[in-house]
Write a protein that binds this ligand. Structure first.
Ligand code: SAM
Length: 274
């Protein structure tokens, strides 16, 4: 797929110029009203203002189209409850490439102790914007790190071998196959070197796996088989084994404007077995 063409003004076509209330998912609206205490009548303007600020930091399609407000566990409801329970028992989760940290706020809203949650992103400005979006600077105890997953000496080094769970939303798909493989191994290194950990999340996938040029660059779009094979290969490479669950779901109508018919959302849960 080639990159969509720019619209006549300076914004590319994946920047939604005329947002409507429908761009704020009901679950996120509830979060902004109850967790962030934003009056219902102000939620829409607040979300659009913050989307515009986030867009200036980096014009990702998921920002332009408000998908950064989509709930992170829609197709993983059982895992959401499992993650909250494990966090309540003292386990630790890293939201890798957390952007504004919406996944962290969804987990805290569900009863997870915020001090057991970590967020990491390349862009400090996204993390700052998260505090503004969710209005929780004074109450959220989660620790945020600014780091590049490719930099072995980054702040992520302090989490090495310490995490029990990693959530990775719209992250691995930022690269082609070889780099996804490398980034996946770097994420495994952050987890405790023992059975029981889990990596879960979502990303762009496709019925037919393969590499495409997307608006974010070279993107390998997995299907279920290619995703499982990659993780089996990673396991062989690292001398450990995983159970891998993955499924493809249809993309939303807005999202389909920028993708081919074959494009899907891939949801995944990778657990270390031994
Ligand atoms: C498309 S956003 C996904 C945000 C969020 N996880 C979600 O599910 O909506 C991708 C995020 O990856 C971050 N990112 C990109 N390259 C990175 C890298 N090399 N190391 C760490 N974060 C990176 C970006 O700053 C951005 O916040």
């Amino acid at each position: 797929m080639s990159a969509p063409e720019n619209s006549q003004d300076s914004n590319p076509s994946w920047f939604e110029e005329n947002p409507t209330q429908d761009h704020i998912p009901p679950e996120t609206r509830r979060l902004l009203e109850t967790y962030s205490d934003i009056p219902p009548d102000d939620v829409f303007d607040h979300a659009v203002k913050l989307r515009d600020e986030a867009w200036k930091i980096h014009p990702y399609p998921c920002i332009g189209q408000f998908r950064f407000l989509s709930p992170s566990f829609t197709s993983l409801p059982d895992e959401y409850h499992e993650v909250v329970r494990r966090l309540q028992k003292g386990q630790l989760l890293l939201d890798m490439a957390c952007c504004v940290g919406q996944t962290i706020r969804q987990l805290v809203d569900g009863g997870a102790p915020s001090e057991n949650l970590y967020g990491c992103d390349l862009q400090a400005d996204f993390i700052e914007l998260g505090y503004k979006l969710f209005k929780d600077r004074d109450k959220l105890q989660s620790k945020f790190l600014i780091a590049d997953i490719f930099d072995r000496n980054s702040a992520l080094a302090e989490l090495k071998g310490k995490m029990d769970m990693v959530y990775a939303g719209s992250f691995f798909h930022l690269w082609g196959y070889d780099k996804q493989y490398e980034v996946s191994k770097a994420v495994v290194a952050l987890l405790r070197p023992e059975p029981g950990w889990m990596i879960l999340g979502r990303q762009i996938g496709a019925g037919e796996a393969g590499e495409r040029i997307s608006v974010t660059g070279n993107m390998y779009r997995h299907n279920v088989e290619s995703f499982k094979k990659m993780w089996n290969d990673i396991g062989d490479d690292m001398g450990i084994s995983f159970t891998v669950e993955a499924k493809l779901t249809p993309l939303s109508r807005d999202n389909m404007l920028f993708h081919s018919e074959d494009t899907k959302r891939l949801w995944f849960v990778v657990r270390r077995e031994k």
